[in-house]
Ligand binder design. Structure first.
Ligand code: MLT
Ligand code: ZN
Length: 463
């Protein structure tokens, strides 16, 4: 502990676990963006709510910036510590605290991995339905901080819908108990909802009471090949009208090629520009028949050129891998990511403009599209060509993002659908939120964190 600040933290909290080796700083200082060079002061690994409070109080007294940290699977730089911040990792606070069968709630610590939350709910015959590919490494605290979405939003909504209560440590170290698991609570401002999606800038989640629900009915998974982009929303409208959709995800052939090169199995032969993975309720023959009828109708209309329906769980998993494996298959290339949304009704108009914009602005650059199209959410991953320097590449992508932000503004969309603003999108916040809103957000931040020690630099360009 040669650093005087660390020595002081150690004196004040001698029992606190602190890491400061170079490897630890590197590991805990970055997230999946891999764009910034990690440079935290140290890593604090509290074990209790009281320890979190004590660390925050110390940081508040000493004006040390704190970066709350979960699984660091974020894609917007929200958990990056590149400026001498203290990383406050919640990974040791990873237990189930309570299951309540009457309320159908599971109370967990924030460091619990999403997949463990799923398993814990399953043990009680229930489900926590928020789900996405990073389930094996993201933490529930991080999910709450970004209001994570994923592949089941079309059926179940975002994380926001599934939080019955939160315990949060605010920027002055005070512990707030928000909503206490109540279904009905019409007693003024709902700070629980304010915390969800606040990206660690208002408080640190130290406990979450999650709503659980019944397991979904048996389902089937279908992969569809589409001849053009115009067919996408036609198929979506048809399937949504006739089937009870659990998921409706889209990707391009460019995305498919990356996943196949990464070890996934091809499921449809031939070249098709677009694909959809749809999962729908198939509890009885009537629902299974409805899916086949919808598929045949899409074929007749020329909206679908081929399709396959999984006949086993293993096949369903293989089809899902084609969609869920995309992020991982692109990760070694460290793509520049856009994560945008518009209302579902605005998707066709927006897509047309966006397609033209990207074709124009990224000549000779590989752009991979995919996403939760049934939620109006599109992911655009831009891959740096080998002969383009990183700085020049980022500058070009930022210029295109400015144009994209203007297009989104015209279509009433958002510059961040589900990844959060973090460091990556903060320059574009004003394209989605008005100046009055941003001023109010900053005012709210001052109330919860008067000295601006919680995740400074994230979300807003200037604190
Ligand atoms: C996904 O849906 O797979 C991720 O949110 C998107 C991404 O990696 O850009
Ligand atoms: Zn996504």
């Amino acid at each position: 502990m040669s650093n005087p600040r660390l020595a002081q933290l150690n004196r004040r909290l001698p029992g606190l676990r602190v890491l400061a080796e170079a490897g630890d700083l590197e590991h805990y200082g970055r997230d999946w963006t891999r764009r910034w060079t990690p440079a935290p002061l140290a890593i604090a690994l509290p074990d209790t709510v009281e320890e979190v409070q004590a660390v925050v109080r110390w940081a508040n007294d000493e004006r040390v910036a704190v970066v709350p940290s979960g699984g660091r699977t974020g894609l917007s730089g929200g958990a990056v510590a590149a400026n001498g911040e203290l990383v406050l990792s919640l990974e040791r606070m990873n237990r189930v605290l309570d299951f309540n069968a009457v309320d159908r709630t599971l109370t967990v610590q924030p460091g619990m991995i999403l997949q463990q939350v799923h398993e814990a709910a399953h043990e009680h015959g229930l489900v926590y339905p928020v789900d996405f590919a990073a389930r094996g490494s993201c933490s529930i605290g991080g999910n709450i901080a970004t209001n994570a979405g994923g592949i089941r939003v079309i059926r179940h909504g975002n994380t926001r819908e599934w939080i019955a209560g939160l315990k949060v440590v605010a920027g002055n170290g005070e512990l707030l108990e928000l909503n206490r698991g109540l279904i009905k609570n019409s007693s003024g401002y709902d700070f629980r909802q304010l915390m969800i999606g606040s990206e660690g800038t208002l408080g640190i989640v130290v406990e979450a009471t999650l709503k659980l629900t019944e397991p979904p009915p048996p389902s089937r998974v279908m992969l569809l090949a589409l001849p053009d982009m115009g067919a996408l929303m036609e198929v979506f409208a048809l399937f949504r009208a006739r089937l009870a959709l659990q998921a409706f995800e889209f990707f391009t052939d460019v995305a498919l090629q990356h996943v196949l090169a990464h070890g996934a199995q091809r499921a449809i032969e031939g070249n098709h520009p677009y694909y959809v993975v749809a999962e729908f309720d198939a509890a009885d023959e009537r629902q299974q028949e409805a899916a086949l009828v919808a598929f045949e109708r899409a074929l007749e209309q020329g909206w679908v050129s081929d399709g396959v329906i999984a006949q086993s769980e293993a096949q369903a998993a293989a089809l899902w891998r084609l969609r869920e494996g995309i992020t991982e298959s692109l990760a070694p290339r460290r793509p520049y990511k856009n994560d945008v949304s518009v209302r579902v009704s605005a998707v066709p108009g927006f897509l047309e403009e966006m397609q033209a914009l990207l074709a124009n602005e990224y000549p000779g650059i590989e752009v991979v599209w995919f996403g939760h199209i049934g939620d109006g959410n599109l992911h655009i991953n831009v891959l740096r060509p080998d002969d383009l320097a990183e700085a020049a590449f980022i500058a070009q992508c930022e210029q295109v993002t400015r144009l994209l932000a203007a297009t989104l503004q015209r279509h009433g969309g958002s510059i961040s659908a589900e990844h959060g603003i973090g460091l990556v999108k903060r320059a574009y916040l004003a394209s989605t939120r008005s100046a009055a809103e941003i001023a109010l957000m900053q005012g709210v931040r001052k109330v919860f964190d008067p000295h601006g020690i919680l995740n400074p630099g994230k979300l807003f360009e200037a604190d």
